[in-house]
Design a protein around this ligand. Structure first.
Ligand SMILES: CCCCCCCCCCCCC/C=C/[C@@H](O)[C@H](COP(=O)(O)O)NC(=O)CCCCCCCCCCCCCCC
Ligand SMILES: Nc1ncnc2c1ncn2[C@@H]1O[C@H](COP(=O)(O)OP(=O)(O)O)[C@@H](O)[C@H]1O
Ligand SMILES: [Ca+2]
Length: 575
């Protein structure tokens, strides 16, 4: 018999030939084995928010779909936590349990009750998603990963998707900026950090355009984006996925998307004079990381290995670069890059940051006050100046961990605290620099070296020493337009109003990818490869895997600007 009251649903059920007592109460669905003497044995509990679907009959979807429509059975699919895989967070897989009921009536009641609970307890699940697949990312397995691993799970969960297989770089970004997105609850990329970056630019640009905020204005307070971004890892580094989920596994990421997990993320805007150049989440890097990226673009055919090969080549060149770095420190009472903490799921530092970042947010109506200033007070503070020769300069909003470096560029960085970590590695001997690099891969502290310093910051700017002035690019001239400008053919709609001059900027760091050719960034005194004869004094910025066309840039952190379908790293056994 089935007992139903306002707080609890209960009945006997069978799994195979074993009898269970099943309960649905509050947020959990549980089943306890009852032995022949009516004693309770072990209980399995699944949060309703982690149920993927409830199907009539005996249903299998792996290794292939099989449905046997029997009267007494129903099959429950849910998120199952696996043991540690090859990441720093636990992988998730699809759990499946087939229940047999005493009657068809009881079966139908269980299905109805479970589906109602699912609707009540999972209000933020997506129903319709826009998916972009880069067929050339990473090992070129994007399409296969989506169709074999992701699509069957979406179908099981009742999520419909519109799929776009990209044919050119920036197609996904332009689509988000230009097309009607009504009805979509999120945008998904199947690819690497470059594809994520396209979605990031599309979503931020579109939100600012709709809010009438100029992305070019370095002091403007950007509007946080409602449309969630999901990442199915199928690229080379997949740093954003690894840092926000703890593992690069397409099934784990798909399950986070289905249950509508939400993880806010800091974003850094990079400006040249008063023009927006790029947004970054994982790394804005000059010196070593810039040179590695420039070199690796020539070896794209090697796939993900190109970074290791180029890393060795650039390491052997043993270069350092002069520069002037200025930064505005973040409040050191809140957190520090050397406090040995990790930003884990439900992080206190990040949740307490929300109020500080959005003092004008009205949580009762989920609205931002339109009467308050569009300009951020976050930029208040003293600029600190550091001058010298550097092996590398890196700025990262998040820890930027990846399989190559499981603790990341800055292990104690926070995903959503409104700050970034600035790492300055001064000129040193090759063994010293190798020690620094190697410490990214083990438990030793990479900041505990005399030539390394790290600062938690809100903004950074970089300039060359006098006499090393910046040059314009000559190659493959292309108009630079920001996200908003691409969509808004009518610039008057932008309230910031300083867009007119920006399309004059020349952007010639032209890159074409995948099956197309790659033309490298060239500048005087900058010759890629280990074979260069003369020392170079200017490197190039690597911004989340893109080469920037400018050297004297300024960067600013925008706290919790976007949201991912993720929940941070849950495993406490992180290195
Ligand atoms: C001796 C071992 C050294 C290991 C050093 C590991 C440092 C790892 C830091 C990782 C920071 C990752 C930041 C993320 C950047 C991505 O956004 C971005 C784009 O990714 P996508 O292609 O998937 O679109 N990726 C990158 O720019 C790649 C940067 C990768 C740098 C790796 C360098 C490997 C260096 C190996 C040096 C070996 C020296 C050996 C000398 C004998
Ligand atoms: N169809 C396509 N052809 C060429 N380039 C593309 C295409 N789709 C996306 N891209 C670009 O390829 C770059 C790399 O893609 P990504 O998915 O990040 O792979 P990887 O991690 O291997 O670099 C991205 O910057 C993206 O803009
Ligand atoms: Ca941060």
């Amino acid at each position: 018999m089935m007992e139903i009251d306002s707080v609890r649903v209960e009945s006997s059920l069978w799994i195979g030939n074993k009898r269970y007592r099943a309960f649905l109460s509050g947020w959990y669905f549980s089943w306890t084995e009852i032995d022949k003497r009516n004693r309770e044995k072990k209980t399995i509990s699944v949060p309703v928010s982690e149920v993927i679907g409830v199907k009539e009959g005996q249903v299998e979807i792996q290794p292939q779909k099989k449905v046997e429509d029997t009267d007494l059975d129903f099959t429950l699919f849910y998120v199952k936590r696996g043991s540690k895989g090859n990441g720093i967070g636990a992988p998730r897989s699809l759990g499946r349990t087939q229940f047999c009921c005493p009657s068809r009536d009881v079966r139908d009641q269980w299905i109805t009750q479970l589906r109602t609970a699912l609707k009540t307890h999972s209000p933020s699940r997506p129903h319709r998603l826009l998916v972009f697949i880069n067929p050339f990312g990473g090992k070129k397995r994007g399409k296969q990963i989506f169709h074999s691993l992701v699509a069957p799970l979406f179908e099981l969960a009742g999520i419909s998707s519109h799929v776009v297989v990209t044919e050119r770089a920036n197609q996904a970004r332009d689509y988000i900026l230009k097309k009607d997105l009504t009805g979509f609850d999120g945008v998904i990329c199947v690819g690497g950090d470059g594809m994520f970056s396209e979605l990031l630019h599309g979503v931020i640009g579109r939100t600012q355009q709709e809010a009438g905020i100029s992305e070019h204005d370095p002091t403007a307070m950007l509007r946080p984006c409602d449309l969630h971004i999901g990442i199915i890892p199928a690229g080379s580094t997949d740093c954003v996925c690894f840092t926000t989920v703890g593992i690069n596994d397409p099934v784990t990421s798909t399950l986070h998307i289905i249950i509508g997990d939400s993880q806010p993320l800091d974003v850094c805007s990079v400006h040249y004079q008063s023009t927006l150049v790029h947004y970054s989440v994982s790394m804005v890097g000059y010196g070593f990381y810039g040179d590695v990226l420039a070199e690796s673009e020539r070896h794209r055919w090697m796939g993900p290995l190109r970074y290791d090969y180029s890393g060795c080549m650039v390491y052997l060149c043993n270069r350092s670069y002069p520069g002037l770095v200025q930064y505005i420190p973040a409040d050191s009472h809140i957190s520090s890059p050397r406090d040995n903490t990790r930003c884990l799921s439900g992080c206190r530092v990040c949740s307490e940051s929300k109020e500080r970042l959005f003092p004008h947010f009205d949580s009762s109506s989920s609205l931002y006050s339109t009467t308050v200033s569009q300009y951020s007070s976050e930029l208040e503070g003293e600029w600190v100046t550091v001058e010298g020769r550097f092996k590398c300069i890196s700025l990262t909003c998040i820890s930027s961990s990846c399989p190559r470096s499981p603790k990341g560029l800055s292990p104690s960085a926070h995903l959503a605290d409104g700050t970034a970590d600035l790492i300055l590695v001064r000129e040193t001997n090759p063994l010293g620099f190798l020690t620094y690099l190697h410490r990214h891969t083990n438990t030793q502290d990479q900041f505990d070296l005399p030539f390394v310093e790290v600062h938690r910051v809100k903004a950074v700017r970089f300039s060359l020493p006098p006499g090393e002035e910046e040059e314009e690019y000559e190659e493959g001239d292309r108009e630079i337009q920001t996200s908003a400008e691409r969509v808004l053919e009518d610039p008057e709609k932008l309230s910031g109003g300083n867009t007119a001059g920006h399309s004059q900027q020349r952007f010639s760091a032209r890159k074409e990818r995948g099956n197309v050719t790659t033309s490298r960034v060239k500048r005087r005194g900058f010759v890629c490869g280990p074979c260069c004869a003369k020392p170079r004094s200017i490197s190039v910025w690597n911004c989340d895997g893109e080469l920037l066309p400018h050297t004297e840039i300024s960067c600013r952190v925008h706290g919790q600007l976007v949201r991912l379908f993720a929940r941070g790293i849950e495993d406490s056994a992180v290195p």
